[in-house]
Design a protein around this ligand. Structure first.
Ligand SMILES: Nc1ncnc2c1ncn2[C@@H]1O[C@H](COP(=O)(O)OP(=O)(O)OP(=O)(O)O)[C@@H](O)[C@H]1O
Length: 231
C-alpha cells in the first residue's frame, strides 16, 4: 500500500470564547511512501494543524485519519500514543534534543520507551547515526554540535524506530544555508528509500527538494497554488 496516512474529510475547529475558528477546513488527501511532501503556507494558515492531524497529535472535529489503512477514530489517547511511537517520527524546528544526554543516548530513547534492551537500542541508534553521517559524534552532547548536526541527530532519532512516516515542522528554520541543504538531502534520501516524508514550511526554497507540494491558505489545503500565493 502506497498510502501511509490519509485525511478523509477531516477538519479542525477551535472554540475561542463565543467564536469558532476553523483552523483546517474539511480536507481529503493522502501521504505516500517514497514521496517528500512539502506543506507550504503563510503563518496562521493551518499548516501545524494539518501536520498535527497527520501525526495523530490532535483529534479531528469531523472526518477521520487513516494510518496504514486503519481508522484512528475509535482509538484512545494511549492507543494513539502507541501508534505514534511505532509508525510516526517527528522532527521539530528547535531539534528538541535532551541536553544532558549525548547524541547516542538521545537516539536510543524512543527504542528504550518501546521496551528494547539497552544493547539492541545502542546498536540500532549507532546505525541510525551512521545513516546521517554522525558516527563520529555519538558521544557529543547537543551543545557540542552545530545546529545542522543537532538536526541530523533529531532525524536519526526520528528514523531509529523505522517509522513509515516522518513529520517535520519547520526543520530548517534555525539553520544556515549549508546545513539546510545537508538536512534536506538527508530527508530526500529517506523518502527515496521508502519513507513518507512530510515537511511543513513557509520557506519557498525547499520546493526544489519536494516530489509534491500541498498549499495551505486560510485553512484550505490544495495541490494547486491558491490565487493569493506569492512566490
Ligand atoms: N489551540 C488553538 N486554539 C485556538 N485557535 C487555534 C489553536 N491552534 C491553532 N489555532 C488557530 O488556527 C489557525 C491555524 O493555526 P496553525 O497553527 O495551524 O497555523 P500555521 O500555518 O501552522 O501557523 P505558523 O506558521 O505561524 O505556525 C490560526 O488562526 C490559529 O490562531
Amino acid at each position: 500500500m502506497k498510502q501511509v496516512a490519509e485525511l478523509v474529510g477531516a477538519s479542525k475547529q477551535y472554540k475561542s470564547g463565543d467564536d469558532i475558528i476553523t483552523a483546517l477546513d474539511r480536507t481529503t488527501l493522502s501521504i505516500n511512501k517514497n514521496e517528500l511532501t512539502l506543506i507550504l503556507g503563510p503563518s496562521g494558515s493551518g499548516k501545524t494543524t494539518l501536520i498535527s492531524l497527520l501525526g495523530c497529535v490532535i483529534y479531528p472535529t469531523e472526518g477521520d485519519i487513516i494510518i496504514l489503512g486503519k481508522s484512528t477514530a475509535e482509538l484512545s489517547p494511549n492507543e494513539l500514543a502507541k501508534l505514534r511511537l511505532e509508525h510516526i517520527g517527528f522532527v521539530f524546528q528547535n531539534f528538541n534534543l535532551i541536553q544532558p544526554l549525548n547524541a547516542l543516548e538521545n537516539v536510543m530513547l524512543p527504542l528504550r520507551l518501546m521496551g528494547c534492551s539497552r544493547i539492541e537500542a545502542r546498536e540500532r541508534a549507532c546505525e541510525a547515526l551512521a545513516k546521517v553521517g554522525l558516527q563520529d559524534r555519538m558521544n557529543n552532547l547537543p551543545k557540542m554540535l552545530s545546529g545542522g548536526q543537532q538536526q541530523r541527530v533529531a532525524i536519526a532519532r526520528a528514523l531509529v524506530t523505522d517509522p513509515s512516516m516522518i513529520l517535520c515542522d519547520e526543520p530548517t528554520a534555525a539553520l544556515d544555508k549549508d546545513s539546510i541543504s545537508r538536512v534536506m538531502d538527508e530527508l530526500r534520501l529517506l523518502s527515496q528509500k521508502g519513507k513518507a516524508i512530510v515537511i511543513v514550511t513557509h520557506d519557498e526554497r525547499l520546493r526544489e527538494y519536494a516530489d509534491r507540494v500541498i498549499y495551505v491558505s486560510n485553512g484550505i489545503a490544495t495541490e494547486t497554488p491558491p490565487e493569493d500565493h506569492i512566490v
